[in-house]
Design a protein around this ligand. Structure first.
Ligand code: COA
Length: 413
């Protein structure tokens, strides 16, 4: 770390409160270990955590014990980040300090900004994000030293603040435009829209986007969070953990579904075409994007909450095309319910989020990166929790291959 960077780090640390979010280390002794194979680790408890909780039968999601519906109603994305990192909602003074800290950390180092501007324009933005996050480690001389809780949380805040800047910079670079400088007076949501479009974000639009970010910030032991924790368990840096998590999120069975939902709805085109579409999907056993979830047996509460505010959003961002899209989605939900709910399949968070992002003017291939911008907060909370009470992840495999095969020299094969 240069002297200047070191001084900046120390100064910014003054405002960072101590973390008190570790689960109790007094855990009950494990019963005798039974060796089992559960594909996809279904119903395997991989960690003990205090960060979030899902009741898959009642359709309830809590962050640090607070119902996410209440956070959407009464809180902000910044408060939610604070809650996830520090295990309590901030008071006004803490919020002010935290906002200042986040705002100061929004800018990217020149090395990363330059690298982003040289990425291939055909690169998917989620891959650009993964790459830029690991590049940030190059500006943190002690990136691999995870021994200081103060430095660890500072790095988390910095990554949370920089994630939107990375995506906005890549979006502009691939269109041959210079990145917009971050504006400290804007909220994280408003600032992202500003950096993306170059236009100030109307506050009511910022508020809708803020709600969406709250709803994507955390979701227990999903594939990407697990990836972050596995990397954390090796004492891998936060940059490795978060870029690994972004990679895990990118797939269509996880965060990559939102982008595909919108494409699917456009391809259906009209509510009248839903029956034919469903016939085909069911006959060919093709998965419908935005439907189904490993832990919810009911409709995902985030889908319910998104739908609640989406109606209001569609009032202020009119457009017959979008209303048609929404009506098509509603019809698809209704018809899927008739034909698939017996399998416990219901809309998940991605089913309606794409319509909201589309209405907010976000391009389709930025939907998953936007999900990631928000989820960095949850991943960071998990990385901190993991390294705070660590045990290396090292599951077993069941070997089902051959034994004692001869090794024949190449000339005799
Ligand atoms: N559309 C149609 N059928 C689906 C389905 C979907 N989206 N999701 C699951 N199913 C069916 C499977 O075909 C299987 O049917 P079968 O028992 O007759 O073979 C059954 O439901 C169980 O599916 P499985 O893939 O084993 O469940 P899972 O718990 O592993 O899957 C998801 C969870 C999320 C991976 C899965 O529902 C899915 O792929 N959904 C679409 C992608 C998506 O929206 N991802 C975002 C998740 S937030």
């Amino acid at each position: 770390m240069t002297k200047k960077a070191d001084k900046t780090a120390k100064n910014s640390l003054k405002a960072v409160p101590e973390i008190d979010n570790q689960p109790s280390s007094e855990v009950a002794p494990s019963p005798a270990l039974e060796v089992v194979h559960r594909p996809g680790l279904e119903k395997v408890v991989a960690v003990r955590s205090t960060i979030s909780c899902v009741d898959g039968d009642k359709g309830v999601l809590e962050y640090r014990g607070i119902n996410v519906a209440d956070l959407v109603r009464y809180s902000s994305f910044e408060e939610t980040i604070f809650l996830l990192l520090y295990n309590h909602l901030p008071n006004e003074r803490e919020m002010m300090q935290f906002n200042t800290l986040i705002a100061k950390q929004r800018g990217l180092p020149a090395s990363v900004r330059d690298a982003i501007s040289s990425y291939p324009v055909g690169m998917h933005p989620i891959n650009a994000m993964q790459s830029a996050i690991i590049l940030l480690s190059g500006e943190d001389f002690y990136a691999d030293d995870v021994s200081s809780p103060q430095h660890n949380i500072r790095r988390c805040i910095s990554l949370i603040a920089k994630a939107p800047t990375i995506i906005a910079a890549f979006e502009r670079a691939r269109h041959g435009e210079q990145p917009m400088p971050a504006v400290t007076k804007y909220t994280l949501a408003e600032n992202f829209i500003f950096m993306l479009t170059g236009e100030p974000c109307p506050p009511e639009i910022g508020r809708f986007f803020d709600k969406l970010l709250i709803l994507h910030a955390e979701h227990t032991m999903n594939a990407s969070t697990f990836a972050a924790r596995v990397i954390g368990s090796t004492h891998g840096s936060v940059y490795s953990a978060i870029s690994g998590a972004v990679g895990a999120l990118s797939g269509p069975l996880h965060g990559g579904a939102n982008e595909r939902v919108l494409r699917m709805l456009y391809s259906i085109g009209h509510p009248d075409n839903v029956d034919k579409f469903l016939d085909e999907m069911i006959m060919t056993k093709t998965k419908i994007m935005g439907i189904g979830h490993r832990v919810y047996n009911v409709k995902d509460p985030r889908a319910v909450l998104i739908q609640d505010f989406m109606k209001n959003l569609l009032e202020i961002v009119p457009g017959e095309g979008r209303k048609n899209l929404y009506r098509t989605a509603l019809m698809l939900e209704e018809k899927s319910k008739e034909r698939l709910s017996h399998k416990g399949l219901h809309p998940n968070v991605d089913f309606y989020s794409g319509i909201v992002l589309d209405a907010l003017g976000v391009p389709g291939d930025l939907f998953t990166p936007v999900f990631a911008i928000s989820r960095v907060a949850g991943w960071c909370a998990h990385w901190l929790e993991q390294i705070g009470a660590n045990r290396l992840f090292r599951p077993l495999q069941e070997y089902i291959g051959d034994h004692k095969r001869p090794c024949i020299p190449i000339e005799d094969r």
